[in-house]
Design a protein around this ligand. Structure first.
Ligand code: GDP
Ligand code: MG
Length: 234
């Protein structure tokens, strides 16, 4: 199986990424890439083309970024708020396609970064420029957290070629939800983005969100540079 980077825009952009990266500790990696799971680092599927995609989470503190990625990668949820320090990188493989007859094993690295100032001050555009796709997360009980996504989406659009999906999280909080579907539709239309209502608590739409973004990112890369990761590549 061939392996290609999912960021066809090359190493120059990746090299601009900076900041301290706290990789998941060795003793937790087995849980992140279970050998029996749907694809893992050591589990190769001969008829799938392997591709690496970097997914970056953005959004204010407390909206549920860490909870969403932990639900997706570890199938767990914690009611406590454990503030993310620096950057934590999670990994999971998802199978995509077939796209034009080819199945892809997408090796996702999901970057969970401290929200707000941490993003703006320390990572900013380099963080977005290194991404294959962006999940922009807001909290349905906090309208300000949706407004704040405007900045992230503007910056993502300025980078160009990086798809973004808005995740309107905490849909399980029913009566406390203060952002309507039509507000979300209007907001997303401004940035050419789509949205999904998610719950890291119940798992609603969480897998769908990551898969949808990964597939969109892969299609962007295939359209930009099909020979870079296609099955016909060297
Ligand atoms: N009810 C509910 N609570 C959530 C959900 N996602 C996150 N939380 C809670 O919101 C708080 C902040 O979540 P966290 O993932 O740390 O937010 P982050 O700062 O964006 O990474 C924690 O107490 C979580 O348990 C959700 O979908 N539903
Ligand atoms: Mg966090």
């Amino acid at each position: 199986m061939r392996t290609r980077s999912g960021n066809a825009r090359g190493s120059a952009r990746r090299a601009r990424t900076s900041g301290s990266v706290a990789i998941i500790p060795e003793n937790q990696r087995e849980r992140l890439n279970p050998p029996s799971g749907a694809g893992s680092a050591g589990h190769r599927t001969p008829d799938a083309v392997s591709v690496k995609l970097k997914i970056c989470l953005v959004g204010d503190e407390g909206v549920g970024k860490t909870s969403l990625v932990r639900r997706f990668v570890l199938s767990e949820f914690d009611e406590r708020y454990l503030r993310t320090v620096g950057v934590v990188v999670y990994k999971r493989v998802v199978f995509l396609g077939p796209i034009a007859g080819t199945t892809y094993a997408a090796n996702l690295t999901v970057w969970d970064v401290l929200g707000g100032l941490g993003f703006q001050g320390r990572y900013g555009d380099a963080y977005l420029a290194s991404a294959s796709g962006v999940l922009a997360v807001c909290d349905l009980t906090r309208p300000d957290s949706l407004d704040d996504l405007g900045l992230y989406l503007e910056r993502t659009a300025a980078v160009g070629g990086v798809p973004a999906i808005v995740l309107a999280n905490k849909i399980d909080l029913g009566p406390h939800v203060r952002i309507t579907g039509s507000e979300l539709t209007r907001f997303c239309a401004r940035y050419g983005a789509t949205f999904l209502e998610t719950s890291a608590k119940t798992g609603q739409n969480v897998g769908a969100a990551f898969s949808k973004l990964a597939e969109t990112a892969l299609k962007v890369i295939l359209a930009e540079s099909p020979r870079a990761i296609g099955p016909e590549a060297d």
